[in-house]
Write a protein that binds this ligand. Structure first.
Ligand code: ZN
Length: 306
């Protein structure tokens, strides 16, 4: 199990790094930039985008996961652990990256999963298969794929930043309101665009789109929960049977995951493949434009008439 191995390595690295950070920095106060701006460290892309929108020019936002890296795979070096611990605010989703979950400090972190109603983790875990990133997580962590939930996160993030940096409270709250409104508009486009479709079944390479399915009344069938785990032949034939029964025309893959499994499945059921972006890494545009691209892909694949 490759993913299990990489998690172990990340855990070992982190244990050493955490000790070192404690010894080197003591109980250091929250960090600010030389010009006094609060430092916001966002765990991965959608949270970085959101933090930049809400933080504006009042905050210094940095992203922890480099572009093109699956955030679930991220390993933290000493410098990144220190950065997370000393940040004015670390923004993350508990359950996506175990190394981050362990490194953040309760008082200076914001777990976006605490801001919204979560949905249960995928039900299609195979015997012995772990939720990707976390073994006992009771909920699906991919909440950013529902813009209406992300709007709620924006509002809460505005409140947290206003508390952390009271001198600029009004700016944070205004930008949070504006960001929430942009996300609300996107949510309406998705609702409208996905109302009338020939199919509502979403067969995906890994089960990342639960919130999108929940919000827009689609049914997600994930081939695997963990993007690094090969599905068993039994799981593949189960999904193939279901895809045929539901007249599925498209199997969705994603940029950072090998399309091999989806391609095999697609050829078995006579379907095409298309890329649906789970936004775990920076897209070519931004969060809003990537979600609009996802909408177009979904409309074509599901036969929706807007
Ligand atoms: Zn994921």
């Amino acid at each position: 199990m490759m993913s299990g191995f990489s998690r172990l390595r990340a855990g070992g690295l982190l244990a050493g790094a955490a000790l070192f950070a404690t010894a080197a920095c003591g109980a250091g106060a929250a960090e600010t930039t030389p010009d006094g701006k609060p430092e916001v460290v966002a765990a991965f892309y959608p949270l970085q985008w959101l933090s930049e929108q809400v933080g504006g020019s009042d905050a210094q936002v940095s992203g922890l996961t480099p572009p093109g890296v699956e955030p679930h795979d991220v390993e933290l070096g000493i410098q990144q652990v220190t950065e997370l611990k000393n940040a004015t605010l670390a923004v993350y989703v508990k359950g996506v990256q175990p190394a981050v979950d362990e490194a953040v400090e309760p008082d200076t972190s914001f777990d976006a999963a605490t801001a919204v109603a979560t949905i249960p983790a995928g039900e299609h875990a195979e015997e012995g298969e772990e939720e990707h990133g976390h073994e006992e997580l009771p909920y699906d962590p991919h909440l950013w794929l529902d813009p209406s939930r992300l709007a709620t996160v924006a509002t809460k993030l505005g409140e947290r930043l206003a508390t952390a940096d009271p001198a600029h409270a009004q700016g944070y709250k205004e930008r949070a309101t504006k960001t929430a409104a942009a996300l609300g508009a996107l949510d309406q486009e998705l609702t409208k665009g996905l109302t009338t479709c020939t199919s509502r079944t979403l067969v995906t390479a890994h089960e990342a789109f639960g919130y999108l399915a929940d919000r827009y009344k689609l049914k997600q069938v994930g081939i695997t929960l963990d993007p690094e785990t090969e599905p068993s032949p039994a799981r593949l034939s189960e999904v193939a049977k279901l895809a045929k029964a539901e007249g599925v025309t498209t199997i969705f893959t994603e940029a950072l995951v090998s399309p091999k499994v989806a391609e095999v499945l697609a050829s078995q059921v006579g379907a095409k493949t298309a890329v649906l972006d789970p936004l775990e890494s920076k897209p070519s545009g931004d969060y809003l434009s990537a979600m609009r691209d996802n909408l177009k892909t979904l409309q074509t694949a599901l036969g929706c008439t807007a």
